[in-house]
Design a protein around this ligand. Structure first.
Ligand code: ATP
Ligand code: MG
Ligand code: MG
Length: 377
């Protein structure tokens, strides 16, 4: 089967690697250059969306910030999964917030801001602290502003006013700042039959708005159930097919949804080693209409992102249970270049292996790993 992936980054690459044993062949469509490329070599295979669509049995996406005209063409083909509505809800925070409300899923209170009057109303209605996020094109914490102190309101507003003036289609979503205990995410998959399989909740640590470490281990059943109910509410509402990721704030055992990602997700990369069937294979199984795979945790596993580096000490490969995944990308500061998965048969063993890994990695390129080391228990 031929599956076309919109986007030619590491997620398309990892889908291709997971698809090969299932006889699923991936081609990647680079929306920026209108070319069809090989997902591993990025070698050009052809041009034009119409050609790409014609050659594919199924179309899916590895990211959500896709021009509407492309989404519409894919939707019209009848081959697009999870489909345009889900992708757009992941791309526009206004649609996302409305979707969560319609599904009865809790998230931070918010207000859409288009002008200064909206801004003032958000401050008075929602109170401080607030976090402001561009409605469109946000990822890795980009396009965000924070306001804690009322005395700074006009200077923060000025920055946002400049941003809004640049592009009149833009809007900003103001959200109550949540004092969470931790950030967690749920990655799961839904088949067209409605069957849902979810991986265990993963605990995530971000540095400067970018995911640094994800940790998967046995989780509290009550928390997992809450997350699964929210997952089912959203996925069923959208009649979703494929992998869907949901980021949560854990506030004293109660979950609030931060955002959703209508695709395979960085916080699910650990499933390549920590689960029987990884998120990439399960996404392909769902969109190809073949049975979903087991999503149970096989062994405690953590993932460390490699950001802005194109090498790591070879010695880390001597740590048992360690797997390296490079994306073959050109080095750029802060860019997601690859990740490390580390597994063990117990949490104590995982902690010892993680301590070894931290000792071998250059601390400047891998900051704050100790914060997650302390949580491996
Ligand atoms: P991603 O790369 O995950 O798509 P993004 O740019 O869409 O990131 P968010 O996930 O919305 O951004 O926010 C980035 C980080 O900012 C969150 O992981 C969290 O640490 C913090 N954050 C976001 N919203 C809130 C909030 N309402 N209260 C407190 N912290 C928040
Ligand atoms: Mg996001
Ligand atoms: Mg996020």
């Amino acid at each position: 089967m031929n599956v076309l992936v919109l986007g030619a980054g590491q997620l398309a690459r990892m889908m291709a690697l997971a698809g090969a044993p299932l006889n699923i062949v991936i081609s990647a469509y680079d929306v920026n250059t209108d070319t069809i490329v090989h997902p591993l070599t990025l070698q050009k295979l052809g041009t034009g969306l119409a050609n790409a669509i014609a050659e594919a049995q199924v179309i899916t996406a590895e990211f959500e910030h896709i021009p509407l005209s492309i989404l519409e063409q894919c939707q019209q083909s009848g081959k697009f999964l999870p489909g345009s509505e889900a992708i757009q809800a992941g791309a526009d925070r206004r649609l996302e917030k409305a979707l969560l409300a319609r599904c009865g899923v809790a998230s931070a209170r918010y207000k859409v801001i288009e002008n200064e009057a909206d801004f003032k109303q958000a401050v008075s209605e929602l109170g401080l602290p607030l976090i402001f996020k561009s409605a469109l094109a946000g990822y890795d914490g980009k396009g965000q502003w924070r306001l804690k102190d009322a005395a700074k309101a006009s200077s923060v507003w000025q920055k946002m006013a400049d941003f809004l003036a640049e592009d009149n289609k833009q809007a900003i979503v103001a959200e109550q700042f949540i004092g969470f205990n931790r950030e967690i995410s749920l990655v799961g998959v839904r088949a067209s039959s409605g069957e849902i399989n979810v991986y265990p909740l993963t605990e995530n640590h971000h540095v400067n708005g970018v995911l640094s470490v994800s940790l998967a281990r046995p989780v509290d059943a009550q928390l997992q159930l809450q997350a699964e109910q929210m997952f089912a509410a959203i996925a069923n509402y959208l009649n979703y097919v494929g992998v869907l990721a949901i980021e949560f704030f854990d506030v004293d055992g109660t979950l609030l949804v931060n955002e959703i990602a209508p695709r395979v997700h960085n916080s699910g990369h650990w499933t390549q080693q920590g689960a029987d069937v990884c998120q990439f294979a399960n996404h392909l199984r769902a969109v190809a209409g073949i049975p979903l795979g087991n999503t149970e945790l096989l062994r405690p596993t953590l993932m460390v992102n490699i950001l802005g580096e194109d090498s790591v000490p070879n010695a880390i490969l001597g740590i048992p249970g360690l797997h390296l995944h490079w994306y073959g990308k050109q080095k750029r500061p802060g860019r997601k270049m690859g990740h490390i998965n580390l597994s063990a048969s117990s949490l104590a063993e995982l902690k010892a292996r993680f301590a070894r890994l931290i000792d071998l990695l250059p601390p400047a390129a891998f900051p704050e790993l100790e914060q997650m080391l302390g949580r491996v228990s």
